[in-house]
Design a protein around this ligand. Structure first.
Ligand code: SAM
Length: 249
């Protein structure tokens, strides 16, 4: 039986395409791509002539069975998305879970992902993090989701588009005020790669000074602390003082 390869592609800089990714895409019988026209351009650039078919959110369940048939006939298939690692806020989950349940061989060919690239360069805690994917489109639901992060430990990471970045920063400001430190990674690995940091209010201020900062794709990272260090020390000092005062005559 053949194998399904999950192949990461660049998120901007073509030099991030690994040689293993390229040789895998050349070796397989078929490539399942989110957008075949988009992927065709990448393949042309690297001289890869493998046949393509489309696999997106609306045909995933049908394509899972089709890929299963190809693998049963001894063919191998690679799954790619438009950019970065498939399945990470991209199609592929139903295919992988279906085929793994049926015992097929599934092999990751790791590489770029905006999530990890942003987090590792952010300066925010990386020992624990929570990836929230894309947030709901409506403000009310978005704020509900954000409020639930107050129970979450570690850095929260989410994806955001240029169209909604201002609205989502306003919602962060409403929900967390100045208790959340943010880092926004924009256009990672591209010409205008930028990291902005500050509270939501400070980020909105930076947007109003320079509208270029609103262009492109964003990874937003949020570090929320209920108490600042100063506040928590203050509480501890008051507790110790109360204990001491009780013992005084
Ligand atoms: N599967 C991809 C990955 O592994 O990163 C993510 C796909 S998702 C549909 C696209 C989102 O990823 C964008 O809206 C943006 O939030 C983020 N993204 C992708 N490329 C990026 C880049 N070069 N810089 C910043 N964010 C990026």
């Amino acid at each position: 039986r053949g194998a399904l390869y999950i192949v990461a592609t660049p998120i901007g800089n073509l030099e991030d395409f690994s040689s293993r990714a390229i040789s895998t895409l050349k070796a397989v019988e078929y490539i399942a791509a989110e957008d075949t026209r988009h992927t065709k351009r990448l393949l042309n650039h690297f001289g890869i002539e493998t046949r393509l078919f489309s696999l997106h959110d609306h045909n995933e369940r049908d394509k899972a069975a089709y890929i299963g048939e190809l693998l049963s006939q001894g063919m191998s298939v690679a799954l790619v998305s438009d950019a970065g690692t498939p399945l990470i806020s991209d199609p592929g989950y139903h295919v992988v879970s279906y085929l793994r349940n049926k015992g097929f061989l599934i092999i990751p060919v790791p590489g770029p992902s905006a999530l990890i690239a942003a987090l590792c360069a952010s300066g925010l805690p990386t020992d624990q993090f929570f990836f929230a994917g894309f947030l709901p489109a409506k403000t009310k639901s978005r704020k509900d989701v954000m409020s639930s992060w107050k129970q979450q430990s570690g850095t929260v990471v989410f994806y955001e588009s240029t169209h909604r970045i201002i609205d989502s920063m306003k919602d962060v400001e409403t929900v967390f005020g100045s208790k959340a430190k943010l880092v926004l990674a924009r256009e990672i690995t591209k010409t205008f790669e930028t990291f902005l940091s500050g509270t939501a209010e400070e980020i909105l201020q930076q947007f109003s000074v320079d509208a270029n900062q609103l262009k492109g794709e964003f990874v937003v990272m949020l570090d929320y602390r209920e108490e600042t260090d100063v506040e928590s020390k203050d509480i501890e000092n008051r507790r110790i003082l109360a204990v001491l005062l009780e013992d005084l005559p």
